[in-house]
Every structure is written in structure tokens, then in C-alpha cells.
Design a protein around this ligand. Structure first.
Ligand code: TIU
Length: 271
């Protein structure tokens, strides 16, 4: 005798504001996760569109756009790097920042730096590298990678405004030894749109930390840079591989179009 299990579809959802989030229970066929919101913002992205249920839940996270990484005399140069690739993204990051400011959305800046006594810097990090200057040494813009030194500040073009969140961090990831997770929870943030430097070090580490904590992460390809273009390329590919194993990637133009309510896919992705 053939018994057909009844296919009962049950919406189990919660409502908040003028939106709704939940899932359909799909009888014996499994479960489809569905998010519905009247405020849904869609951003064209890879490997598929990035959906934000409510812009109140999104934050722009700008990673480490500091003089120490972008200007001569800082940590990036002390490590022997060519700074030009990082400098190229400044106008694009500024464009994103201004769009988020205009729409009064949450903005988070991060700074990699250490206490003046370097007590928050593991010996392994302190010793690493073969350059002449190390963390804590006097460089062209003050002590290298030390909080409060001129070189440790965010570059003037992207200086945070009052009310914008600034996370100082001793590690590469923005969650390690910081209050970031508590701050995101208290602001009910679930979606992170991410730019900054460097793509394969602090940006990727932060994205992986965020992904494991359940945040939906979108990397803006032309708002992130590496000293090594091939590392940027590889990072973008590994983030969005396997159906978005770490998250999504897009362009600044597509973010701005999405924020303006007209998701477009007319911009050639960088990769
Ligand atoms: N060296 C390098 O590529 N990056 C860092 O040391 N820190 C950040 O990525 N912010």
C-alpha cells in the first residue's frame, strides 16, 4: 500500500516592525529557509543576490584604512610592501562611506594597533618579519602600529564622524579581543558590508570570524585591496566559492544601486 505523507507547509515566523522573518516547514521534503520583508533590499552580487531584510540591520565595516597601511613610514612599508594598490581604493571607500552617512546607516571603522607598552601584542607578532622596523619602533609617523600615534590613525579622507563606531583591535580579525560582537548584538545588526585592507589578511580574517558567528557578509571588491593583487583575487574567489561558503562579493556601484532601491547588475564585476 502506498502511503502519501501529507505535505503540510507551515510558516513559522516572527514579525518585527513592518517586516517578517521565518521559515516554511515543508513536510517530509525538508525545509526551505525563506526571509520575507516589506523592507527587503537586494544587492546584485556573486554567487547570487545579497538580500538585506531591513537596512537597520546592516552595517558598513571599513577595515584598517590607516596611515600605517597606506602611507609611507608606516607598518605596510616596514614590511616591504608597495602601497599603491591600497591607495587606489580610497575614493571608492569614501563613496560607500558617504552613501551610508547619507542614509544614516550604521558605520563601523576598525583600527589595528597596540597599547604603548605592547602588552596586547603577542611575542610571535612582535618578532615576525624581516624588515628593519618592527611594531613599536619609531617610524616616519610615530611608533609603528601603536594606538594614538599619528601613523595609526585612519587616513584623513575617511576620518570617522562622531557617532560612528571605531573598534581598535590587537589582531587581524575584528572580533578577536574586542567588543565588536556585543556592539553588533546591541544594534541588532545581522548583515555586514565590508571593505578595507588588506583583503587577504584583516578583511578575510574578519569575514571568516563574522561568518562563523552567523553574520551575512558582503565584500565590496573595489573597496578592498591587497599589496598583492593575486591575493585579493584569490580571496574574492574563495569567499564566494561553493555557493558563498564565507559570503558574497559585489561592487560599490551595485551596493549603491541596491541602497537606492534599484538593484542593477549592469556593472562588470572586477573579477
Ligand atoms: N600585512 C598585511 O597585509 N596586513 C596587516 O598586517 N593588517 C591588515 O590587513 N589590516
Amino acid at each position: 500500500m502506498l502511503i502519501l505523507a501529507p505535505l503540510v507547509r507551515v510558516w513559522r515566523g516572527i514579525e518585527w516592525g513592518d517586516g517578517e522573518m521565518g521559515r516554511w516547514g515543508d513536510g517530509v521534503l525538508g525545509v526551505n529557509i525563506i526571509m520575507v520583508s516589506k523592507n527587503m533590499t537586494s544587492i546584485a552580487a556573486q554567487p547570487y543576490d545579497y538580500e538585506v531584510p531591513d537596512l537597520k540591520k546592516v552595517a558598513l565595516v571599513i577595515i584598517d584604512m590607516q596611515r600605517d597601511f597606506l602611507e609611507t613610514g608606516g607598518f605596510g612599508e616596514a614590511l616591504g610592501n608597495d602601497l599603491s594598490h591600497l591607495q587606489e581604493i580610497v575614493p571608492t571607500v569614501k563613496l560607500l562611506l558617504e552613501a551610508f552617512r547619507q542614509q544614516q546607516l550604521t558605520i563601523i571603522h576598525t583600527i589595528e594597533g597596540h597599547l604603548p607598552d605592547l602588552s596586547d601584542c603577542p611575542l610571535s607578532k612582535l618578532k615576525r618579519g624581516k624588515g628593519t622596523l618592527k611594531i613599536g619602533d619609531a617610524g616616519g609617523m610615530g611608533r609603528i602600529l601603536v594606538l594614538g600615534e599619528p601613523g595609526n590613525n585612519i587616513i584623513p579622507e575617511l576620518t570617522p564622524l562622531p557617532g560612528e563606531i571605531v573598534i581598535t583591535k590587537p589582531g587581524k580579525g575584528a572580533f578577536y579581543a574586542t567588543d565588536l560582537e556585543n556592539i553588533l548584538r546591541s544594534h541588532s545588526i545581522t548583515h555586514l558590508i565590508i571593505g578595507g585592507v588588506t583583503t587577504e589578511v584583516c578583511v578575510q580574517t574578519t569575514m571568516r570570524e563574522a561568518n562563523d558567528r552567523g553574520y551575512e557578509c558582503l565584500l565590496v571588491e573595489d573597496a578592498t585591496a591587497s599589496y598583492f593583487p593575486q591575493f585579493k583575487q584569490s580571496t574574492i574567489e574563495m569567499i564566494r566559492a561553493q555557493g558563498g561558503i564565507i559570503g558574497w562579493t559585489t561592487t560599490a556601484h551595485q551596493v549603491l544601486s541596491g541602497l537606492n532601491g534599484k538593484s542593477v547588475r549592469n556593472e562588470k564585476l572586477i573579477t
